[in-house]
Design a protein around this ligand. Structure first.
Ligand SMILES: Cc1cc2nc3c(=O)[nH]c(=O)nc-3n(C[C@H](O)[C@H](O)[C@H](O)COP(=O)(O)OP(=O)(O)OC[C@H]3O[C@@H](n4cnc5c(N)ncnc54)[C@H](O)[C@@H]3O)c2cc1C
Length: 308
């Protein structure tokens, strides 16, 4: 049995709750995973107590103030024991996963959606096929969110290790994104609009529903390309973000293969489209054949009633 190490997914001042899912994923290899928390303050590791790790290592360094791929990979490589490493499958963590794998000269498997009997399954060719990879030795694996249940229990306090890494460059500042809305890559519920919304002002109808149910608002590439008010950060799909929410509501989106690539592993998909033959309906758990002008007000009223 190879040792497993989980690299914590971080927020600005602590460990992201999704890290408990990564620990659960690591446990499928047997044993008790070590959780490495990249932080500037060892107290940031406190939020990892009870996430199921066998031990917690707070890797403390100024490097971890802002994400820099080379610096983070060097610092983490310096502290993480040898073994299979599990990271989140956020854009930043996938970048980090590849860097660490290159440093250690081991394989990387990105976007795992299942780990069973030392075999990792992940989508390839924009989700058109699934690959199964047998893990026979130390490997870096990024794991999508919402796949594994959150682990609980385990270590409650962290040992602290000061680390510097070998830093060639350092990021001085990150500009906050303009929108204060929930990001699609962090949301459990997403309502996305496509070209069928007609114009960008109509996204306010999606935002109103999003506010009622605590969802993020996403978009198709056609919407992003057509209307400058819809930023690329909202784009879901092959050249946008890959999402895996519990509920994905696609409104006025045809269901092109490149859009499906980013959202088809959502647990439940609801499609609202006026064209009964739109491809999105082949992938939807629930479909409403109607214009959004007809469907959204009814849906919103029902959701408001449900939410009390
Ligand atoms: C290399 C490459 C990468 C790409 N990457 C992405 C990507 O990351 N993400 C992505 O989304 N696309 C991507 N695309 C584009 C993709 O191929 C499609 O063009 C795009 O997804 C279509 O967006 P859409 O469904 O909003 O628009 P359309 O295909 O124009 O569909 C609009 C839909 O709205 C419906 N509609 C119209 N009016 C209404 C109404 N009033 N009420 C309800 N429904 C209505 C129509 O029936 C139609 O089905 C990529 C393409 C390429 C070549």
């Amino acid at each position: 049995m190879t040792e497993t190490i989980v690299i914590a997914e971080m927020t600005t001042n602590g460990v992201h709750p999704s890290t408990a899912e990564l620990i659960s994923a690591a446990m499928t290899f047997g044993g008790e995973p070590t959780l490495v928390v990249p932080c500037t303050d060892a107290a940031h590791a406190d939020s990892a107590a009870d996430m199921g790790a066998g031990s917690i290592l707070a890797a403390k360094s100024d490097v971890f103030a802002n994400y820099d791929a080379a610096a983070w990979a060097a610092a983490i490589d310096g502290v993480a024991p040898a073994g299979t490493i599990i990271t989140a499958a956020s854009p930043q963590s996938k970048d980090l996963a590849a860097r660490i794998a290159a440093k250690r000269n081991i394989s990387v498997v990105q976007d795992a959606v299942s780990i069973q009997n030392n075999t990792v399954t992940s989508p390839v060719y924009s989700g058109k096929a699934m690959q199964s990879v047998a893990i026979n030795g130390p490997t870096v694996i990024s794991v999508r969110s919402n796949i594994f249940p959150a682990a609980t229990g385990g270590a409650t306090s962290a040992s602290v290790l000061d680390t510097t890494g070998n830093i060639a460059t350092s990021v001085q500042e990150f500009m906050a994104r303009a929108s204060q809305r929930l990001d699609v890559s962090e949301a459990n519920i997403i309502i996305s609009g496509g070209r069928g919304m007609g114009n960008p002002d109509n996204f306010s109808h999606l935002e109103a529903i999003a506010d009622t149910i605590g969802a993020a608002v996403g978009a198709s590439r056609a919407a992003v390309d057509t209307w400058e008010q819809i930023p690329h950060s909202m784009q879901v799909g092959q050249t946008g973000k890959t999402v895996n929410p519990n509920l994905y509501i696609a409104v006025g989106i045809s269901g092109a293969i490149q859009h499906l690539a980013g959202m088809r592993s959502s647990k439940y998909i609801v499609a609202i489209n006026k064209d009964a033959d739109a491809p999105i309906f082949q992938h939807a758990d629930y479909g409403i054949v109607a214009t959004w002008e007809e469907a959204l007000p009814v849906l919103h009223e029902s959701l408001k009633a449900m939410m009390g």
